[in-house]
Design a protein around this ligand. Structure first.
Ligand SMILES: [Mg+2]
Length: 432
């Protein structure tokens, strides 16, 4: 079901609305802004130097702009005519201004723009990048606004939608909890404190038992002025707190900070657990996960298979065709291996050209075909280096015996791998 915002835009239609329009008279500023936008946005970026360009481009790409960045004053349109025109087309806008005098700012706000950026400061190009990245991100972000006061929701919702969030409303904790427990893609929960049936604290406490800060950011709010409310919201697991009635600018800035924090946590987690080149799990994540699986295998009679995979003569690829070629081999082999593994398997790059697969409950009778399948998957990839067709094989050491510890299993698989190399490579050897 498409999410329709209060201005009638279908929010799921984001791919069609994939352009950004820059409206700026100075070629120097145009280029600087364009660089700042291109740093964070991969879609098409159009530039208009005057009002005629604006009219032409908005006809040519009618309905395609999700954002316009405009100078308030243009040659031949010195009084914000372009801003007014772009806003009349319902294109969300950020305005650059050379003056932040109250009268000018009031005039900019009257156009219903998302925000304005003071132009004088060249360092604000960093702010341009951050703003564009955030808005592009917001239009893919689903927010659950939970407040028992429909008036309060009616005040807050448009501020979120102005910043391109997709907003769903819930009128109390019970309704919000139901939505969050069902299939959903909420990344931000904004929650009032005083609500019937289930208050804000109870909701936050409950939600944090199954969703962490990396999955869902939570902002508490209340009209109560009790000083310990904010601290308690955060103790129960919220990321921030705002007072009601909200100050729109402070509110949206705090929300942006919360979402930035969530993104950074995810980025950190990704970097700590995955291999940058192949996007497979790294050694550390593999060992942590494998330890958990190993102990449950011991308790619950689950069969685990450890497969050490080492690419044959990989050094020769690097030496003959260069490191770029070597990297491509690692990436393609990883991608192919990934398509052959099941959801429950753990596949990691644990060294230069060495991979480790932990597979759950591979039936003894299908084990041989399972292992041959992996060898086949790798050897059937063809590479084209320096006009030559090149392929690569792998050797594997395998163990299914739990033994005394996970390390013990890893050592036995490693020894079997060594034997596979000794026996002429491109094969698997089962540990004794
Ligand atoms: Mg309330």
């Amino acid at each position: 079901m498409p999410i329709v915002s209060s201005d009638g835009t279908v929010k799921s239609d984001i791919d069609r609305k994939g352009r950004i329009l820059i409206v700026e008279g100075s070629p120097l500023y145009t280029n600087l802004i364009k660089v700042a936008v291109k740093n964070v946005f991969s879609g098409p970026v159009d530039t208009a130097a005057n009002f005629d360009d604006v009219k032409r481009l908005t006809v040519e790409h009618c309905g395609e702009y999700f954002l316009a960045l405009l100078n308030l004053a243009l040659p031949g349109a010195a009084f914000g005519e372009a801003v007014s025109y772009v806003r009349s087309l319902n294109i969300p806008s950020i305005v650059f201004t050379g003056s932040i005098e109250t009268e000018v700012v009031e005039r900019i706000r009257a156009y219903g723009v998302i925000d304005y950026i003071f132009k004088e400061n060249i360092a604000n190009l960093e702010l341009v990048s951050r703003t564009v990245r955030r808005l592009d991100h917001n239009r893919r972000t689903n927010v659950l606004l939970t407040d028992d006061s429909s008036l309060s929701r009616a005040i807050i919702c448009p501020h979120l939608e102005k910043h391109m969030f997709n907003v769903t409303q819930a009128e109390d904790g019970v309704e919000a909890l139901e939505l969050l427990k069902g299939p959903n893609d909420f990344q931000l929960l904004i929650v009032d404190y005083v609500m019937p049936r289930m208050n804000g604290f109870e909701l936050v406490k409950e939600v944090r038992s199954f969703k962490n800060s990396r999955e869902l950011a939570i902002v508490g709010m209340s009209a109560k002025t009790d000083g310990s409310l904010a601290a308690n919201f955060i103790r129960f697991g919220a990321d921030d707190f705002v007072n009601k009635p909200i100050n729109p600018e402070i509110f949206t800035t705090r929300i942006a900070m919360c979402m930035d924090k969530k993104d950074m946590l995810n980025e950190l987690m990704l970097r700590a657990t995955t291999d940058y080149l192949t996007k497979l799990w790294n050694r550390r994540h593999f060992m942590n996960t494998a330890k958990v699986l190993y102990s449950s295998a011991e308790r619950e009679q689950i069969r685990i298979t450890i497969v050490m995979i080492d690419l044959d003569l990989f050094k020769a690829v690097n030496d003959t065709y260069g490191h770029e070629a070597g990297d491509e081999v690692l990436r393609k082999v990883s991608a192919s291996l990934k398509t052959r593994t099941r959801e429950s398997d753990v596949l990691a790059r644990i060294g230069g050209e060495e991979f480790c697969l932990l597979a759950i409950n591979v039936e003894p009778k299908s084990q041989e075909s399972f292992l041959n399948d992996i060898l086949e998957t790798i050897s059937s990839i063809t590479f084209n280096f320096d006009g030559k067709e090149v392929s690569i094989s792998a050797s594997m050491g395998v163990t299914t015996e739990l033994g005394t510890s996970l390390d013990d299993m890893m050592i036995r698989a490693d020894n079997a791998l060594y034997k596979a190399k000794e026996q002429g490579r491109a094969r698997f050897v089962l540990a004794e």
